[in-house]
Design a protein around this ligand. Structure first.
Ligand code: GSH
Length: 197
């Protein structure tokens, strides 16, 4: 199995954390999508990371699918609950936390360009989506065993620390702060944290 990834990609971090949770061995291929590397384009025409090449020769693109595939392979406690209320709760939380990334990652990409009216409106929408969603997470019950939703919470908050340290998320979110501090003791998170910014 080969994972095209970057140590700064939060989507790739989710896949790395799931692989570590199950002790799965994966060959890592460092990829910078903005350079359109041929090895990434060969498996993902969208030129995004993460992309997982399975041992069966299937290319899995999009972190939710990659995480579910790795969880299906793993022998550790499952991160994707079986169909039922726990599964829908975990997937709903995972989608919300992916949504934070889907706003935070492209918002950052806008910084390289002059801030015209259209761009400023778009950045404002991204920023509001991020802060509203962090507020919503404070009200979510994060007790119980780790699942793909809670894993997403850790990765999203870690990305905010990494790229948006000037907009600290901890003030006003004591439950999230305690949850995050506790989870960061788990090597699947401490060993996949992005490098110092
Ligand atoms: N929905 C995708 C998003 C992946 C994504 O946007 N990855 C970023 C890196 S953090 C990327 O490859 N960006 C390159 C681009 O959008 O051209 C997932 O969950 O894997």
């Amino acid at each position: 199995m080969k994972l095209h990834y970057s140590p700064t990609s939060p989507y790739a971090r989710k896949a790395l954390a799931v692989a570590k949770h199950h002790g799965l061995a994966i060959e890592l291929v460092a990829s910078n999508p903005s350079q359109n590397p041929a090895h990434l384009l060969a498996v993902n025409p969208l030129c995004k990371i993460p992309s997982l090449e399975t041992d069966d020769g299937v290319a899995l693109n999009d972190s939710p699918i990659i995480c579910e595939y790795l969880d299906h392979l793993g022998q550790g406690p499952k991160l994707f609950p079986a169909p039922g209320p726990a599964r829908w709760r975990a997937l709903a939380l995972a989608a919300l936390t992916d949504g934070i990334l889907d706003a935070a990652v492209p918002r950052r990409g806008q910084q390289a360009f002059p801030m015209d009216e259209g761009r400023s409106a778009m950045v404002g929408r991204f920023q509001s989506a991020m802060s509203r969603t962090v507020d919503a997470l404070e009200g979510v019950d994060l007790s119980g065993p780790l699942d793909i939703g809670k894993l997403g919470v850790v990765v999203a908050l870690g990305y905010l620390d990494f790229r948006y340290a000037q907009e600290p998320w901890r003030p006003g979110h004591p439950k999230l702060e305690a949850f995050y501090a506790e989870q960061m003791k788990n090597p699947i998170f401490s060993e996949t944290a992005p490098p110092p910014a």
